[in-house]
Design a binder for this molecule. Structure first.
Ligand SMILES: NC(=O)C1=CN([C@@H]2O[C@H](COP(=O)(O)OP(=O)(O)OC[C@H]3O[C@@H](n4cnc5c(N)ncnc54)[C@H](OP(=O)(O)O)[C@@H]3O)[C@@H](O)[C@H]2O)C=CC1
Ligand SMILES: O=C(O)[C@H](O)COP(=O)(O)O
Length: 486
């Protein structure tokens, strides 16, 4: 199934106009495993001319794809979901090697994605337009009817991050295709082999030539060219706030959907079920070693229950398994690269120098950072504000719910927050005042299920993802007004 997309030296090709081809640059990027540094394969570093060809080809293919019936587009997506499911083990294997996912998470990402693709086809089949009579507006009688249908935008440039290379590519590709757009996928370089696997799944499922193309190469070299290309009609980006802001500065009059960084808070009040809170906080903060935009990245707990909560969190962190996901099922895996571990270590040392109490962890071995918990973190420490994207959790003690709200909202980010309390009035008081896209009451912060709206405010994003919302974002209304002569 995947052999056709690389040669015997594991040099991967790129998908253009239905063909898997090599770049003419003869320039290859080595993809090494974050787990053990072994070479997994090489991907093409495409030139700007090749990027141009890929986007222009998608533009041309869109003319036909937009007229392909929705039931036919849906049929292809159902095939894709089935193929992905049938090859889940192999896809999970590449995720483990390329981005160091543990096997359970890799399988769940793959199967969740098959469900997402199916659900996308289901939802798109029931997208309906509307007809609006004119006589409800003052001064008009009923001689006009606006028939409103949804139109594709054209070519969608899908840029995905390293941490969910299958799911966060498919969550862009599926809704874009169902909306009648063609797609050019630019996966994260570390994650691009997984992205090419996914493209192969769609190709095998019957996506016509040029309807899905792939671009590989370093974002720092070809990214600006891609996002400013005149034939790109929409950019669907997930990644860091830094790159998101760069794209937003470079593009003018180009619609974008962006999911960016976060600093999600778990607010724990005196009357919370502390066992439930601790369990959710540990799962939320440490799964995939904290490399999730929705990871819990700070705990704000009232003074009266802080000792007890910290003890419970510590007890659960002690049970986390740490190590090599290629060998066994583990909770804590190596970070994506050494640079990321250096950054996390910098945040840890800053917190320690400024007086945070190290409860557990605090050390690293190469790019493996041990699960770390700091208590008594204060707002002058970087760890209170910056996103580690690693398994390090700060606990900030607070006086009451208003102080929690103040600190939570002072963040530049606004992705999600959790609030743990048994008092629904307090939960609603806090939920309504938090400046975030989603508030989870008595649960960890998380994106799924994938048909829920998913959005960040402030520096955490622009626009809304989630199956129906993504289809809406990547289509626009088209109004045809019937003027009836009487
Ligand atoms: N809110 C959300 O839903 C999510 C947010 N994130 C955030 O993403 C970050 C981690 O992911 P990471 O992959 O490191 O993010 P990056 O921002 O480094 O990269 C994201 C994507 O952008 C590409 N890119 C880099 N430079 C440019 C450019 N100039 N123009 C266009 N594209 C470019 C990258 O390619 P290349 O790899 O070649 O550099 C990659 O495909 C964290 O901050 C995290 O919070 C992650 C997942 C979900
Ligand atoms: O990329 C991310 O980190 C996500 O969008 C989070 O998804 P999750 O909450 O399902 O892990």
């Amino acid at each position: 199934m995947f052999k056709e997309i690389h040669n015997e030296k594991m040099e991967f090709k790129t998908l253009l106009d239905g063909q898997w081809i090599n770049s003419e640059t003869n320039n290859l990027i080595e993809i090494k495993s974050p787990v053990d540094g072994s070479l997994i394969g090489k991907v093409q570093a495409m030139s700007k001319e090749e990027v141009d060809k890929s986007i222009s080809n998608a533009k041309e293919a869109q003319k036909k794809w937009r007229d392909t019936p929705v039931h036919e587009r849906a049929r292809i997506l159902y095939n894709a979901a089935q193929i992905l499911e049938d090859n889940a083990e192999e896809v999970a294997d590449i995720l483990i090697r390329e981005v160091a996912k543990d096997r359970k998470s890799a399988m769940s990402e793959t199967l969740r994605t098959a469900d997402l693709i199916r659900f996308t086809a289901d939802v798109a089949k029931s997208v309906q337009g509307e007809s609006i009579p004119s006589d409800s507006f003052p001064g008009f009688n009923s001689n006009k009817i606006s028939i409103v249908k949804r139109e594709p935008l054209g070519v969608v440039l899908a840029i995905s991050p390293f941490n969910y290379p299958i799911n966060l590519a498919a969550s862009k590709i599926g809704p874009a295709l169902m909306g009648g757009n063609t797609v050019v996928l630019k996966p994260a370089t570390q994650g691009s082999i997984s992205g090419l696997y996914l493209a192969r799944v769609f190709e095998k499922a019957g996506v016509p030539k040029g309807v899905l193309n792939t671009i590989t190469g370093r974002g720092s070299e070809i990214g600006d060219y891609c996002v400013t290309h005149k034939n790109v009609d929409f950019i669907n980006f997930t990644g860091s706030t830094q790159i998101g802001q760069r794209i937003s500065g470079l593009t003018t009059m180009k619609p974008v959907l962006m999911e960016l960084g976060g600093k999600d808070a778990a607010i724990v009040l005196s009357d919370a079920d502390l066992d439930l809170a601790a369990k959710n906080i540990v799962a939320g903060a440490y799964s995939y070693s904290g490399q999730r935009c929705t990871a819990i990245k700070r705990v704000l707990v009232t003074n009266d229950v802080a000792d007890e909560l910290v003890a419970k969190i510590k007890a659960l962190v002690e049970k986390l398994t740490i190590g090599n996901p290629l060998k066994e099922q583990v909770d804590i895996v190596p970070l994506i690269d050494n640079k990321s571990a250096d950054f996390v270590e910098g945040l840890m040392r800053d917190a320690e120098e400024k007086g945070a109490t190290l409860v557990i962890g605090g050390r690293r071995d190469g790019n493996l950072v041990y699960p770390t918990l700091y208590d008594n973190v204060t707002t002058d420490m970087k760890l209170a504000w910056e996103e580690p994207f690693g398994p390090v959790l700060p606990v900030i003690r607070i006086k009451d719910k208003d102080e929690a709200l103040k600190i939570a909202n002072e963040s530049e980010y606004g992705l999600q927050s959790s609030v743990f309390t048994s008092n629904m009035n307090d939960a609603f008081y806090i939920a309504e005042k938090l400046e975030v896209g989603t508030v989870q009451v008595n649960n960890k912060t998380e994106r799924g299920p994938d048909h829920f709206p998913f959005l960040g405010v402030k520096a955490s994003g622009m626009g809304t993802q989630g199956i129906k919302y993504s289809i809406e974002s990547m289509t626009r209304p088209k109004a045809i007004v019937l003027n009836i002569q009487r």
